[in-house]
Structures are given as C-alpha cells and as structure tokens.
Design a protein around this ligand. Structure first.
Ligand code: FES
Length: 250
C-alpha cells in the first residue's frame, strides 16, 4: 500500500513538472513559427492558423512563374515530347509534354499531378483514372503511340480530398486532467494486477511445497519397503541355508 502511494506521488510530480514545461516555448515551436513566417514572406498562401506539415518543393519553372507572374511554355521549361498531356483533378489542370510509350506515372510526376497509387502493378485499381471515356490504370499504362498530330491526351484523375485539421495546442487543461486521470487508472490497474499476481504466486508456492513434501514421503515409504523386503529375503535365505545344513547333518 505504501509503495502504491509513493508511486502515485512520484507520477503526479512528474506530470506537474511536464505541465509546467509545456508552457515554456520549445525550440521546435520557434522553428515551426519561423518556417511558417518564412513561407508567408515568400508569398505562400497560408489560410488562418493552419501550418501545413508538408509542402511540394517548387520547380524552377514554378518559382519563375511566381516571381514574374508569367507562365512558361513547355518548350521554355525544357520539356521534350510531341504529345500534350493534360491531367485534370477537381478544378486543377496540369499540362505537360510526353513521348509515345512513356509511362504515364512518369508523365504525371513531370506534370506535377498527384495520383494516389496502391499496388503499382495494375491490380488494385487505386490509381484508376478516366481517359477518353475509358478507365485506365496509370501505374501500368503508357502514352499511346497512335494519337493524331497535336491531339491532347486528357486524363481525369481522382480528386484527393485532403482534410485540413489543425494539430492544435500540445497541452490543454483538459489534456493534463485526462493525462492525470489515465495515469491514475493505470496505477490502480497495476496495483490490482500486482496483488492478484502475488496471490497466485503464493498459491503456486504452497502447492509446490505440498508436492515436494508428498514426493519426499512417497520416496521414504518406498525406501522403507525396499529395506524391509531386503531383510525378509535375507532372513529367508538364512533359514533355507540352516535347513540345508540340518538335513546334511542328519
Ligand atoms: S496502383 Fe494498383 S492498379 Fe494502379
């Protein structure tokens, strides 16, 4: 009991110290704040207090378009190919140039179009997209070689619904109370389990002692029986010997 009270006190002290530490600004938080400020300074579109954890790195063409406000043509971007490929996803459209028989997954990467893949073997259908009224699997498809000169290859990719959820504050009064409550429940559970285990251990010890005692008794009984048998056999042999001797004398 004293041990459990001591452990409860120890855990509550640890909780309180971590709680107080939570209100100090961590270097990590500083870093996050400065990186979001940096993005804002770069003209990034940060909505509300949401700080995205992942950002696509801008290509040279995208950076240039941001700086000059003018889109570069495919040729200016240095893209080669004679088939214009258009990826549509929701309201977003990405265009690029491709060569016949080029893997569509590579073309999508080149265009900056996001396609969610699963097996990447054409089996699961996660990447399925619509192309000229037909469903295709871009992970295994290639750019058709029989397109007419200047004909666009339009691919409708599944729109990705990304739910923007703020991770919120790390410590709140509720989280601290819930943490304390969880720890308390854990400790009570630990004490109960420990008690049950102790009782079980004592019962097992008692049972094992009983078995050892009974084994010892059986062994002693067997030894005594064997000794008695040996004595009986010896006396029987002696009696027979005496009998033989008496018969010879007669
Ligand atoms: S990723 Fe599974 S079919 Fe394309």
């Amino acid at each position: 009991m004293v041990k459990s009270i001591l452990s409860i006190l120890f855990v509550s002290q640890a909780l309180l110290s971590s709680f107080s530490r939570g209100f100090q600004t961590s270097p990590c938080l500083h870093q996050r704040q400065s990186s979001s400020l940096l993005r804002m300074a770069e003209g990034d579109n940060v909505k509300g207090s949401y700080d995205p954890k992942w950002k696509k790195t801008l290509t040279i063409a995208e950076k240039q378009a941001l700086e000059t406000g003018k889109e570069m043509t495919e040729k200016e971007k240095g893209l080669i190919g004679n088939i214009p490929v258009v990826f549509k996803s929701g309201n977003e459209t990405k265009t690029t140039l491709a060569l016949p028989n080029q893997p569509l997954s590579d073309v999508a990467v080149q265009a900056g179009a996001f396609i969610r893949y699963g097996c990447k073997k054409g089996e699961c259908g996660t990447c399925e997209a619509l192309c000229n009224g037909k469903y295709i699997r871009p992970c295994v498809e290639t750019v058709p070689a029989d397109l007419k000169q200047g004909q666009e290859l339009v691919i409708q990719v599944k729109a990705i619904k990304s739910k923007r959820v703020s991770s919120g504050k790390f410590y709140t009064a509720k989280s601290v109370v819930m943490g304390f409550w969880n720890n308390l429940l854990g400790m009570v559970g630990f004490v109960k389990t420990r008690r049950a285990a102790k009782k079980n251990w004592e019962e097992r010890q008692e049972y094992e002692d009983l078995i050892a005692k009974r084994t010892k008794e059986i062994k002693a009984e067997r030894l005594a029986r064997e000794a008695a048998d040996a004595i009986a056999k010896e006396s029987e042999a002696t009696a027979k010997e005496n009998e033989v001797k008496t018969t010879i004398k007669l």
